[in-house]
Design a protein around this ligand. Sequence first.
Ligand SMILES: [Zn+2]
Length: 437
Amino acid sequence: MKSLLRYASFALVTVFLAPAACGGEPEQVEPTPGLTAFTGARLITGDGGTIESGTIVVRDGVIEAVGGSDEVMVPEDASTVDLSGRTVTPGLINAHGHVNNVIGLQADPSFYTEEHVVNQLALYARYGVTTVASLGGDGPEAVAVRDREGPDLNHARIRVAGPVIVADTPEQAAERVNAAADMNVDFIKIRVDDNLGATRKMTPEVYQAVIDTAHERGLMLTAHMYYLDDAKGLMNAGADFLAHSVRDVDVDQELIDMLTASDVCYCPTLMREVSTYVYEDRPEWFDDPFFLKDADPEVIAALEDPERQEGIRNSSSAQTYKAQLPQALRNVKALHDAGVRIAMGTDTGPAARFQGYFEHGELDLMVESGLTPMQTIVASTRDAAECLGLEGVGTLEAGNFADFVVYTANPAEDIGNSRTIESVWIAGNEVPGAAGD
Ligand SMILES: [Zn+2]
């Protein structure tokens, strides 16, 4: 697996010496550029732990020390940010999002530019999503944006799958996986789905070739699937990540055993299901200030068009996905209870799947499925990172990037509090324009 950590230094200095007590006035110390201490917040560390009052010391975009206020001393030359009364989590990680060629409700290949990639990553970041695994539809522009990540970063990090691999033969599959690998992607993505019977599914012979070639190139295989049988077929073939929910039936012990034996994670993308039918009416979030702060009124108006709503009410695929949401919710809970790791993902990016905002809806749905808020946070931080082999992100710990979210209320108490974002920090830089209610 290629290391995704591009600039962090792991040279840790975790012992801070107190200034010598020699009486008299304390000397004024010039702050060291790039050295900041965030003090006084409740720290939800991403691994299930909480520090009730803690300090994060950041040097040049990387966490140098983190711990209780009584354990971690603030270096005297650090600038300080007082976060008393706030709660901090690691930045949210969307393990299945997209950075796309969509503007408003329109998709057009000409929209896909480096600037547009950056704009979408800035939008994710304003909502607290600090890393996005873009699973398909990515071109060299996104790779270039990824490769520019440095200490001045203030939008979400991106990791890319490149184009979704489509192939008719094993030879063609290998050729296309190699082309994506040559583009220096982070993962390979395939779809094994007939879109409710409307299209032809990739055959096991072809996806086996995709998976084998991906592994030869050191890349994880992420798989779109829908049916339980396909999830099992993909697991037999060596898939590394199930990028959607099983939506046709209850998951069974055989799938659970396959997933736990290989520590392959499951990414529910529940908001993707919601997006297929929800615009049959006016969704309640059209009145949510947290949504409206970054929403385009023209897009809202278009989605409220009665003819469009009628079309969705009459769409059998939309109504099928709607009917299957409870199935998807049951399966998340069953898999989580059985020890399968869940990675938060939304499949945002296509039109009307709102990047940034939908991640908060996903957290709500994960809790609705039966996970606790803390389990949901772990799935959205540490586990989302580990499930995709992302290094340097996902937890508040020394050596990781200083990517975190500050809330005015504790999301581990009530997941709805994830909407109380006060500020977002990426590589220790405050993201412009991030704010909750
Ligand atoms: Zn997707």
